[in-house]
Design a protein around this ligand. Structure first.
Ligand code: DAH
Length: 348
């Protein structure tokens, strides 16, 4: 009979198993030991010819050997599988990972403020009307009853273009210094009753500082019909201020002068910061000026060739930057135009 040196077999086994590097190596190893013609089968097959005394010992050693080999095979198989799964996972996409965040844009705080103001007047029945930023001297001044020698016509206060006005070859075109010339266009193109709100850019040759900019935004309002009254102007602007600044806002109409309205007034609201007590923002007065207004001057109706004494109208104009600054406690107009995202993203 063949005698088996189990000690040597075990030693070889350890040595060989340490050299198994892949699934093919493992299969060759398995066949060599556990296959139908493998070593373990061979040992079992030889049992019949073993002596009575040897048989149990060989049997036990053969069983131990078989279990040990099976354990090696199982163990290696597991580790190969885990490895290949790990590699697969590396290649594939993990759909449970959080995505890359693409920040959503937002409207600029000035656009937001203009939209908010326009929406209030739209709810009250006003239509949005837009005029051009390049205007004639007639629309920007003359038709608005601004005298020929008024200082605001000076080149120090208005940007004049090199281009001549095609409708008046004596005059140059200009960048509108307020949104009021759009009133003239609205009236020339529409018959009363009419109610328009005009948002837009205006230009003045001011040196830039915390409260001045050579370009800023205004919103103009105009309502013309047969019997528009001053009390309607007051009522309208009161509703507007309450919607924009809250129900508890206090207001006052202070007499003022504008060439294109008579009577004219400026509207103040109780200081948003100190609630009227007096602080540095309102100059200790407790009031903040937010807009100019009045009843359309008959000379303006004359300039747009409306029939005499037929219509009355109310008009108002406000600075958008100023209102946004008051509402949000912004202390420098330049912040609006620097486009620093740290500033802009505060106004979501
Ligand atoms: N245009 C004026 C300005 O730029 C604002 C203004 C005041 C507009 C009174 C009006 C008004 O329509 O009635 O300061």
């Amino acid at each position: 009979m063949t005698s088996w040196n189990f000690e040597e077999i075990n030693a070889n086994l350890s040595q060989e198993s340490s050299q198994i590097n892949n699934a093919a190596d493992l299969e060759a190893f398995r066949i060599k030991y556990l296959g139908r013609k493998g070593l373990v089968s061979e040992i079992y097959a030889g049992l019949g010819s073993a002596s009575k005394e040897e048989k149990p010992l060989i049997g036990k050693n053969a069983n131990d050997l078989k279990n040990k080999i099976q354990a090696i095979v199982d163990d290696k198989k597991d580790s190969f599988q885990a490895k290949s799964q790990g590699e697969k996972a590396k290649e594939s996409i993990d759909v449970t990972m959080p995505g890359v965040n693409t920040p959503l844009g937002q409207a600029h705080i000035l656009s937001q403020t203009m939209n908010e103001i326009c929406a209030i007047f739209e709810q009250l029945g006003f239509a949005i009307f837009e005029g051009p930023e390049i205007e004639t001297e007639f629309n920007n001044f003359t038709a608005l009853n601004i005298p020929a020698d008024h200082p605001s016509r000076d080149a120090f206060d208005t940007f004049y273009l090199d281009t001549k006005d095609p409708s008046n070859k004596e005059r140059n075109l200009l960048l509108r210094s307020h949104t009021s010339p759009a009133q003239i266009r609205a009236m020339q193109n529409n018959k009363p009753p009419l109610a328009v709100i005009v948002p837009g850019k205006v230009y003045r040759p001011d040196a830039v500082d915390a409260s001045h900019s050579f370009m800023f935004h205004q919103i103009e309002g105009l309502l013309v019909d047969e019997k528009v009254t001053l009390s309607e102007l007051k009522g309208l602007l009161t509703v507007f201020c309450q919607k924009l600044f809250g129900k508890n806002i206090k207001m006052r109409f202070r007499p003022h002068f504008f060439p294109f309205t008579e009577p004219s007034a400026e509207v103040d609201i109780s200081c948003y910061i100190c609630k009227g007590k007096g602080c540095s923002v309102c100059g200790r007065k407790g009031w903040l000026e937010i807009l100019g207004c009045g009843m359309v001057h008959p000379k303006v109706f004359e300039a747009v060739k409306y029939p005499k004494n037929k219509y009355t109208g109310l008009a108002f104009g406000m600075g958008v930057e100023r209102i946004a600054m008051l509402k949000h406690g912004i202390n420098d107009i330049r912040l609006f135009f620097e486009n620093d995202k740290r500033f802009l993203k505060q106004f979501k």
